[in-house]
Ligand binder design. Structure first.
Ligand code: C5P
Length: 237
């Protein structure tokens, strides 16, 4: 895969975007990544955000098998910096399949990004890359938690109240040293809801950088309305 890295001290960076899910909570007939906000798909917005950050050389996207051709069509304007692979049965296997298409050692930093966080600002992408380039095995963007969080049992009865001060809401892109993300995915751990979770099971440190409200995950119709009314106009201003 081609890299476009002319600056001597800049790491080579590949971003993986697992987008092979259905996004059923959004209630759309097409996969969530193809849902459009002001005529531009979440997928195209997420990929252009990564490439426009100035620190990402190439992007590999995992597509649902029955939408592979459509993903290739949507990503054609990005040319040779994008590759589409067919995703797997869950998020982790989609990441693994995308990772398999990237030769080990070809890139210094591997980002894993969610197409649903289509408005993640370039400053977050750069902060994550810089942290891994600076020696962190894994780094994730986080925000403080503003709600009080409770643990409940199967009957919905509260069993514990978490200390909000030590909780963080996790965003993407998450960043990893190439060898670390490969080891985490090769270890055969139970599927995690994020890649940092696999790296934690490996026993490696996962550090944090500040996230951003605009990197919110578009999951529901309400989130999509926020994107239409607030995020897209800001980006297009
Ligand atoms: O379900 P959740 O929102 O956590 O999914 C996170 C991401 O994983 C989504 O962007 C979805 O498209 C992706 N995914 C995938 N392959 C699957 C299932 C989900 O790439 N088989």
């Amino acid at each position: 895969m081609p890299g476009q890295n002319s600056q001597p001290d800049r790491p080579k960076v590949v971003a993986i975007v697992p987008a092979a899910g259905r996004g059923e909570r959004l209630g759309s007939p097409v996969p969530k990544a193809l849902v459009e906000v002001r005529d531009v798909s979440l997928l195209a917005r997420a990929v252009s955000g990564l490439l426009d950050s100035g620190v990402v050389d190439a992007v590999v996207i995992a597509a649902p098998h029955d939408y592979y051709d459509e993903f290739v069509r949507v990503l054609a304007p990005f040319g040779g910096r994008c590759e589409v692979v067919v995703g797997g049965h869950d998020r982790s296997s989609s990441v693994r399949l995308a990772l398999d298409s990237v030769p080990p050692g070809a890139y210094d930093v591997v980002l894993v990004h969610d197409a649903a966080r289509a408005f993640a600002p370039g400053e977050v992408v750069r902060a994550v890359v810089n942290a891994v380039h600076g020696g962190a095995p894994a780094t994730i963007p986080v925000l403080p938690v503003t709600d009080t969080v409770k643990v409940v049992d199967a009957a919905g009865v509260v069993t514990a109240t978490q200390d909000r001060g030590v909780l963080r809401a996790v965003q993407t892109p998450q960043g990893f040293a190439d060898a670390v993300i490969r080891a985490a995915h090769a270890a055969g751990f139970d599927a995690a809801t994020d890649d940092a979770g696999l790296v934690e099971q490996l026993g490696e440190n996962v550090s944090t950088v500040p996230g951003h409200p605009d990197a919110m995950k578009i999951t529901t119709a309400f989130d999509l309305a926020i994107a239409e009314a607030v995020l897209a106009p800001k980006e297009e201003a």
